[in-house]
Structure formats: C-alpha cells, structure tokens
Design a protein. Sequence first.
Length: 560
Amino acid sequence: MRLKSVLMNPVALLLLGASLALGGDLTPVPNANPKVVGQPAPNVLSPELIETIVAQGSQPLENPGILDLGNGKTIPVSFYGYFGDGPLTPAPGAVQSPGNSVEASKTEPDKNTYLVLPRGLHGADAAYDYGKHFLFQGHEVGPVASNGRTSTYLTRINLDADGAHRVTLLATADKDGNPVPGIDGSTWDPFAGRLLFTAEQGKNGGVWQATPDYPSLVEDLSGVFGRGSYEGIQNDAWGNVWIVEDSGGVKGAVNKNAKQPNSFVYRFLPKNPADLSQGGVLQALQVTSLRTGLPIVFHAGQADADILSDDVLDLHTYGKVFNTKWVTLHDTAVDGFTPFDANALAKAKLATPLKRPENGQFRPGSWFTEFFFDETGDTDIGTQAGSAYGGFGALLKLKQSWPGADTGKLSLFYLGDAVHSGFDNVAFWSEHRAVFVEDAGDGLHSQRNALDSAWLFDTRTNYADPARQPIRILAQGRDTSATLDSGIGSVPGSGFQNEGDNEITGIHVSDGDPTHWGILGAKIPHLFNGGWRVFYTQQHGDNFTWEILKKPGCHDWNED
C-alpha cells in the first residue's frame, strides 16, 4: 500500500500511532573532549551505549579503481577513505612541503544511508553472496577535475560480508563519463528506486541519482534540480524532495568574523516521482517579516546590514512565529532542462536566506507536517553575530498542514551558543527525540578548546528556558591520524591537503526499509529493536564509520 493512501486513512493512522518507540533517557556525557595539541582522545558515549567499527579509511576496496579527472590526469581509488596517491601515514621525519605530499589524500566518507534489500546485491565477485544489509556513502573530498568540480566516488559497505568483500567501489563516474562529484548528502528515494546524492559545490553542485547495485548507474540531475551548494536531502510521503543548502555567505566589512545569510531551503515537486529525470517544479522557502509584512530577502552588497538585521534577530528569537510560503524558481515544463543556478534564482524570486542550514528531517509521528532543520552558523567564536543573530547556529521548525502545502509556520526550536554550535547532520532517535551533531571545525575546536559533540534534543521541550538544555550523548574524540593531520596542517604554507581533527557526520537512524514505509519520518523509530540501527562517520583522520549499539545488560527504556 502506498504511504500516501495510508496517511489519508484515519484507521491506519491510529494503528500506526499506537506503536511506541523506545528511545529513552540516556545518561549525559558531562564534557566535550578538550583539544590538546599533539594528543589523541577516545570517543566518550553515554554509558548505556557502545560503538563498533563497520569500516575505516584504510580498509582496501574489494575492487580498486581509477578516478579519471580529464586532461590525461587520473588518481588511484584504493581504499575506503584514502586515494592511492601516497602512504597512509607520514613516514618518520617526513616534512610536508608544496608539491611533496607526505600522506595519501583522504576522501572523507560522508552521509550514510542504510538499506535492507532481501534479494541482495551484486559486487565485484560474481560468486560471492553479499548478504542483504548495506550502508551507502558518497565521499566529500577529492582533487579538482578538468570540469572544475571536486571529484570522488561512491562506496557501499556490505555489512554481512567478510573483510575481503567488505567495501565495494560502486562508481567513479556518471553515465556520461564525468567524475562523481564530492558528495555531502544522501538518501534513498523509494519512489524512484534510486539513491540521491548531493554535492555542496555552488555552481558546480547539484543532485545526482544512483542505482544501489554494482556497478552503479549514476545520473546528473542538475537540469532538473539546478546547481547549488546542496547538502541535506529528504523525501516526503508524496514523493516530493526537500533539500537544504549550505552556501557560506561573504563576511562583513565591519563584522569580519560573521557571514551574510546566503543559503536556502528548497522543495522539488516531481512530475513523476518514479522518474525524477522527467522534471518538475523547484521551489524555495520564503519567510515573511514580522516587522514589515514583506519577505525577508538577500541584499546584494549589504553583508553587514543583513548579518545584524532586525529580521535575522527575530528569526533567532524564541516565541516568534513566521508565516512562510513556497515560491517557484524553475519549472522544467516551462523553463526546460538546461542546468541553472538555484541560489541565484532563489535570491531573484525573493526567497529567504539563512545562516548555512545543512540538514533536516521530518519528525516521526507528525505525518510529514513538521520539518526540523539546522543552521551551522559562522563556526567562529569571534562572530559579531553572536548567539542572538544566529552566529553559533540554530535549530528551526517548519510546520505545514501537509507536506505539499503552499504555506506554513516557521519558528525557532533551539538557539545555539559557543558550547552548542556548528550543527550539521540530524537523525530522529524516537518520536520526539532528535540527535543533532556538530561540525564545528578545527578552528572553533581550538577557540573553545572543545571537540565536537552529539546532542539529544526533545521536540516537546521549551528551550527558551535556560535551565532546559539538550544532553550530550557523544563526546567525539580525536584519532591519532587526525591529530597528526592537525599538526601538519597548522604549519603555514605547508600545502598539506588533509583536514585535521575529527567531525561527526552522517548520523543515521533507520530500519533499512526500502519501501515507501521506510522514508525517514514515516515510522516511529524503535531503536535497537526490530532492525532499527544507528550509524555515523568519524570524518577526517582514520575515517571510521561506526555503528552505535545498546550496551549489553542495559534494559530497554520508553520515551515517555
């Protein structure tokens, strides 16, 4: 039965709502890991949780390949999280200098998507049974190809497989022979039967779709979705595709540590949800000012004014509720299939810019009427925007009468500060609890002397009360490789290409259901039961991808 028809059936809704999730109260981790020069640190989880590695950067691919960058340039694709362009660790005494890389380039596996496919999938070994539990990633970082786009590859972790078959290289190029771009977001679209990947590369970015089997057929959908710094991507029950953009604005001439809001929230209404390549309508979210009754818009050449505008202050004030509507940017039936600049169109059509939203999801049990998304903010403790103007990021809630509604209400859910900042990926832990993870960056890690954390929020809590705060369930550590990278990269002019420190990315809670019922937000998660699993990647450094598990002996706990 299609989810759309179920959601219109009151009896089905009542039965589904009777399923209570286990998510529960976890013991908070009291502190973040400090950043100590030259010192690694372990990850620290709530004591009810443990974690296990499902793949790491040095894991050899079962089928190494070559990434063709054009103009006769290639780079070996050898490992899960490393290109084959150098040693996996710097040799003793090796000194990084321009043109002399002491370490292989790290690919930074990003957002995870989990699927259970009963019929199984193929791999490079035609005689091998790869099982039915799979975790997919695009990789974020790589060399720049001749088309000007950062380029990498797609991988699949075969969770049931042995070491030799653990990670499959799915693709290094799309069907037209262009290199796979650096990937940030991903999701499974059950209507089209495709993985959707996003590239956060501005005018070189966009949406790509890929088949899950080997070899994967990858298609560039930029003629449909346009080009932009797309990151978070999510379906709703009607087959619409929601996209959150992370496009850092320019810094102010006066407010030199703050960035002008420059990113948008998009919704795509497909002509045929089963085939996105047939086109449709791309829209962007417009928010109405409480002060003027006019749309809150981007002002070219006025970065300082936008950074500290009254409207931006209002957007980051508890208790204020804004009217929203979706404005049409591009309709393939009228405008055709030539790739277009979605960010520029959003500005021209008077959509509302935000401070680097990166990811969003629908709250389970809301029937796709409540969409929570984050803003990363400026990732600089010296931001002149401060907390009040979203300098440390925020969590926002968009509520609509149904996911295809033209209008809605936007409000602040949580206002970030120096301790809770750089929000990136999100996953719902249960019906009302969501985990937002930080990507504060190496600079802010040093400024606040704290590495990243994963925070558990309750959507029923009024965080306007300063006594009410989210709980830390993971204090990210720093592996030895990331510690070395941070040290090498801190040398001015070294030209070192790998990022230091670790970040938490790709937090993903799913039971792997590939049907319409498996759309994130369709079911209330029943964590650690009934096939519900949690994954995340400790990006940079050793690029571990982890599964979080319930500690043996800990009892199940109810949400309420």
